[in-house]
Design a protein around this ligand. Sequence first.
Ligand SMILES: [Mg+2]
Length: 265
Amino acid sequence: MFKPRSFLFLITTSLFISISSCSSFSEKRELESKKENPQTPFLVATKYFQNSAEAAALYHQGYNVAFQYVDSLMKTYREKKPACVVLDIDETVLNNSYYQGSLYHESKSFSDETWDEWVRQSRAPALPGVVEYIEKVRELGVEVIFITNRRSYLIEPTLENLTRVGIKAERRYIVGRDKIHSKEMRRARFKKFCNIVQLIGDNLSDFSDDYQGSTIQERKDKLESQHSLLGSRYILLPNPMYGDWRKTILPKPLKKMEDLDSLKK
Ligand SMILES: [Mg+2]
């Protein structure tokens, strides 16, 4: 038998359930949209690196200066051991700003998992000037060695990536990171058979371990003691997206623009 009161109860209850689920859904979406993207503070840096002619110019400038030094050095080079140069890979040879861009679009922080996935795609473009620099120093008889903080198990896709951008490299001249984090210690094994005449990187730790884990002042003091080597033996390339500088001078974790409020004025 039809009972009007029961029917009314049923309608009201279903209406309440659908309104509350609808409201919790929209609240969830609103909350999600308000969630801070951990890459927001680095958006301008990534765009600058990826798109500006100035960033490209700094790479050309770095590699032009690098070659001029090696070229003039080799004119009078009389050492018994052959000369070699050591290059870092990320943001020195290969441009990973597209990985940084994907982190922004997916609202993620760096993780080994996403990084490994990116490296295995072997699709990072070469940075401006590097392919020509490598060709020219090799023509002078200088060996090119790559010392990277990419893990050793990523060397194969790294080799494939280098080949794709026109850089021939041998497996034995690419040193990844395993137990030994120190780039100085990893360079040491090459000193036995070649004379390292130049180091190129986007991080001061590519030149000396002393920059790693140091305070802002310690890094600046160390730099003052080494500044005469810049532009010749040491070539520093620009990376405003990440690096040891970021670990030292920015609060961690940095998730929103307001975290940059500590900037002096
Ligand atoms: Mg690097």
